[in-house]
Write a protein that binds this ligand. Sequence first.
Ligand code: C2E
Ligand code: MG
Ligand code: MG
Ligand code: MG
Length: 292
Amino acid sequence: QAKASGRQSIRFFDPTMQEAVSTRLQLEEDIRRGLQGVEFIPYLQPQLNAAGQLTGAEVLARWQHPERGLLAPGYFIEVAEQAELIEQIDLQMLRQASAQLAVWQGAPATASLCLAVNLSARLLYQPDFIETLLQFLSESGADPRFLKLELTETMLLDDMSAAIACMRELREQGIRFSIDDFGTGYSSLAYLQKLPLDQLKIDQSFVRELPENDGSAAIIRAICALAGSLQLEVIAEGVETEQQHATLLQLGCEHFQGYLFGRPMPLAEFEQLLVTRGVAKEQGSVSCLIAD
Ligand code: C2E
Ligand code: MG
Ligand code: MG
Ligand code: MG
């Protein structure tokens, strides 16, 4: 039949393509199975202030696969997104992050730590998302002000007014928002004024070019100035070298994340780092809230 319907349909029987489809479906099934257990676990990557103290961590999902071992998002995020399973992974991260915040808040030494969780686009537009998230927080007893949600520009632009409504409601409860990969979208800056934001996260593509690239340095300086005048915190991600760190400090950046300070790591390892590095006494924006 392939012959009869012409040349085009031959591609349909391409064995490598067929293989790709079945691998994808297998992966999808495998993710579904993994979501039934506790295979998706949060790894924590340290975030530091200018004094070098820990302010918290970004939660990065890892898949502790029973046969394949530990898998990074590059392996599963794309398929999880297409199969609409990413939302469930996000919710599992949010539930675990809430529980961890509650534990830390129980001890004065760790009470100021924040966790930043990545959010996929669709979750933000899901009608019961707000209720679910607030339930995670109240069930665990975590103070919402120490939870930050990382969003990307492109996902917000899908339906800006719905995004704003959802963000406002969560922010009223104290949850904070960061724009991830900032500077890589092609949108206008007007949205910065409309969104209830707390932080801009400078994309690692700019940081990687430091210190040699004057263009990247200029962009980072501009982002820091912009953040300053909009009263937003700014954090640089992908900091790998001392030179990059020093340059970022000079350019006005006050928060840092990157391999230089630690790779994404299991909770136990992060808690050891808390001891050696020291925890910041207070978070910039949280201490403002407390002072209010
Ligand atoms: P992202 O949110 O922009 O996270 C930063 C990525 O850069 C992470 O990759 C992190 O491990 C990596 N990274 C951190 N420091 C450095 C550095 O100094 N140098 C370099 N070269 N890389 C660094 P990872 O963990 O593989 O995650 C990739 C992406 O997957 C994340 O990008 C995020 O968009 C997505 N992701 C991860 N976990 C989740 C999740 O729970 N939910 C959702 N929706 N997305 C997630
Ligand atoms: Mg992120
Ligand atoms: Mg990023
Ligand atoms: Mg990214």
